[in-house]
Design a protein around this ligand. Sequence first.
Ligand code: HEC
Length: 155
Amino acid sequence: MLPKMLPKSFFPVVFAALALSLPAWAQEELPAGPGKAAFKRMCSQCHGVEGIVRSKMSRDRWGTVVDDMISRGAKGTDDEIDQVVDYLATNFSRKLNVNKATASDLTGLGLTPDEAQAIIKYRVEQGTVKSFDDLSKAPGVAAAKLATLKDRIEF
Ligand code: HEC
C-alpha cells in the first residue's frame, strides 16, 4: 500500500506545492474584459494580481487605489488607467446594498440625483426593498436604467 509507506512529512510538502501553484492558476482565471490586458501589464510588476482581485471595493475605492499605485510607480496611459479602473470596478466590486445605500452611493452607480432620491423615498415608504422586482416598482427610475445595475446591487 503506497500511501502507508509515505513519510508523514510528505503531506505538508504536497500542500505547500499546491499553494505555490495556485497564484499562477488564479492569474489565468482572470475574467475576460476590455481592461484585462492593461490590468495585467500595469498591476503585476511589483506584486501578484491575486491579492488585488480578492479585494472587493466600490468604484470610488478602486479609483483611489489605482491613483495610489501610480504614485508608487505603476505606469499607464490615461486610457489604460481608465480601463483598469473600469475592469476592477466591473469584476471585483462590492455589491451595494440598496437598503443601506446613501444618495451618493446610488449616484456612484450611475443614477441621477433625482433617481437616487426616488429610490430612497420608495425605500422609506416600503420599509425594506426585498428584491429587484420590488425595486423595479419604484416610481421615478426608468426600467432600462435599473437593468444596468442588476449585477451590482443586493438587498
Ligand atoms: C511600482 C510598484 C507597484 C505597482 C506597479 C502596483 N502596485 Fe499595488 N502595491 C505596491 C506596494 C509597494 C504595495 C504595498 C503598500 C502598503 O503595504 O502600504 C501595494 C499594495 C497594493 C494593494 C493592497 C493595499 C491597498 O492599498 O489596498 C492593492 C489592492 C494594490 N496594490 C493594487 C494595485 C493595482 C490595482 C495596481 C495596478 C494599477 C498596482 N497595485 C500596481 C506597489 C505597486
